[in-house]
Design a protein. Structure first.
Length: 140
């Protein structure tokens, strides 16, 4: 069995063939791609336009009704009466049929203040509701 007797270390060699192949493929890809855009420029067409566009407004995630411990209802941070709440929620439901209303009641709020809010939501025709809670001030 012949033994290797030279003490000189062989330097590793880098094979450039795969890199050259990739470069040629990229050149061909870009050459063909630029030919397609030239064909499109030669065709004279008039694209249709849209008139009287209204802004597309997405449905808000949800509206929040907060009931404080003294029984005052707030819709999106503004205090409202039960009749105002019903009216505003009805208007919102007309614009956003899938509107969700979240009710957040203070832990110290009495049931007699919470039930009319749910009645207003039902009168407005909103079927998607969420119940959230606020800790009582006595527990903090």
């Amino acid at each position: 069995m012949p033994l290797k007797t030279s003490t000189a270390e062989e330097l590793p060699s880098v094979n450039l063939t795969p890199m050259i192949d990739v470069v040629f493929l990229l050149i061909i890809f870009f050459m063909v791609g630029t030919q397609f855009t030239n064909d499109e420029r030669q065709i004279d067409i008039q694209l249709p336009g849209a008139h009287n566009l209204n802004a597309m407004i997405s449905t808000p995630d949800r509206r929040e009704v907060i009931i404080t411990s003294d029984g005052i209802a707030h819709l999106d941070g503004q205090p409202v009466s039960i009749s105002q709440l019903t009216e505003r929620l009805s208007d919102l439901r007309l614009r956003y049929p899938d509107l969700t209303v979240a009710v957040r009641a203070d832990g110290d709020a009495m049931q007699k203040h919470v039930v009319p809010v749910y009645g207003a939501i039902q009168s407005a025709g909103i079927s998607h509701t969420a119940v959230l809670g606020i800790q009582s001030n006595k527990l903090r």
